[in-house]
Write a protein that binds this ligand. Structure first.
Ligand SMILES: Nc1ncnc2c1ncn2[C@@H]1O[C@H](COP(=O)(O)OP(=O)(O)OP(=O)(O)O)[C@@H](O)[C@H]1O
Length: 273
């Protein structure tokens, strides 16, 4: 994770009318890490994601994305930079009048000069990478389950081989098995593609199982740390979040998974003799 951060936020202030959402927020996201972003409802997680992407302008502060100060870019430069990111919005944000394949092809048509046959082929590969069956490409969003919509949105987010993947509540609305499968998929893609992942989530299982570090939005700022660091943080919201019943259950599950992995390693070692 050496080198300059792929996202660097300094002194961010966000206001909507009289409401101040962020007040002097700083954040560094390192290349190749999975950063989980948590915080109470309305603390500005989604707004932060949109500001980093250049979809909302902050009232003050500086945001650097992949080494570029986003405020200094003209429209074309901003669009080119956005093409190096992929976003999975909370509800998939698929275009309902288009098939899944057409949704995935859209960024390729807009941002590349690839021949139509190649565009279709790339879309087919991305749909498979997102864990969807081949026939999913011909379906419309209304014909898909919630989990399939997330995967289709993910396929579209991966269309342009992004450096950074932004996920807004990727497991919200999925059952625990579907959510765990989605986490595994994200982790596999992150490792094989070397992605940086910025993931807004309420899902403690995702935080404990796939995130390298966790950013907590409290008091209009961010505190970033490992799970162990947050567990030792006396801030009341952070303490309640990680030590509450849901936090405890997720940590127990993490410990059980670790114990199972150690057992598997031991069994493999014994089998080898
Ligand atoms: N375009 C907007 N105009 C005015 N206020 C907004 C706008 N977008 C967000 N807000 C306000 O900013 C605050 C932060 O919103 P945001 O959606 O980022 O919260 P969040 O932390 O993602 O919450 P949740 O976990 O409930 O999704 C909220 O009070 C919201 O009402």
């Amino acid at each position: 994770m050496a080198g300059s951060p792929v996202i660097r936020v300094r002194g961010l202030v966000t206001r909507f009318g009289p409401q101040t959402v962020h007040d002097g927020l700083d954040l560094d996201v390192e290349r190749g890490e999975v950063l989980g972003v948590v915080g109470g409802s309305g603390t500005g997680k989604s707004v932060l994601l949109k500001e980093i992407l250049g979809l909302i302008d902050p009232a003050a502060g500086r945001i650097e994305l992949l080494g570029h100060d986003t405020a200094e870019l003209d429209r074309a430069e901003r669009t080119a930079l956005q093409a190096r990111t992929g976003v999975l919005f909370q509800n998939g944000a698929l275009f309902s009048s288009m098939t899944v394949a057409e949704n995935v092809m859209l960024p390729l048509k807009e941002h590349t000069d690839l021949a139509p046959a190649l565009v279709a082929e790339v879309a087919r590969v991305k749909i498979a990478m997102a864990g969807l069956p081949p026939d999913a490409g011909t379906k419309h969003p209304a014909q898909l389950s919630g989990g399939m919509i997330k995967r289709a949105g993910l396929a579209r987010a991966l269309a342009l081989d992004p450096d950074i993947l932004f996920l807004d509540e990727p497991t919200a609305g999925l059952d625990p098995i579907g959510a765990a499968a989605f986490d595994t998929l994200i982790q596999g893609l992150q490792r094989s593609l070397g992605l940086t992942v910025f993931m807004v989530t309420h899902d403690l299982d995702s935080l404990t199982s796939i995130c390298d570090r966790i950013a907590v939005l409290v008091d209009k700022k961010i505190r970033v740390g490992t799970l162990a660091q947050h567990l030792a943080d006396p801030h009341p919201w952070i303490h309640d979040y990680f030590h509450g019943p849901r936090g405890r259950a997720a940590l127990d599950a993490k410990e059980r998974n670790q114990a199972r992995r150690h057992e598997e390693e031991d069994a493999r070692r014994l089998a080898k003799g």
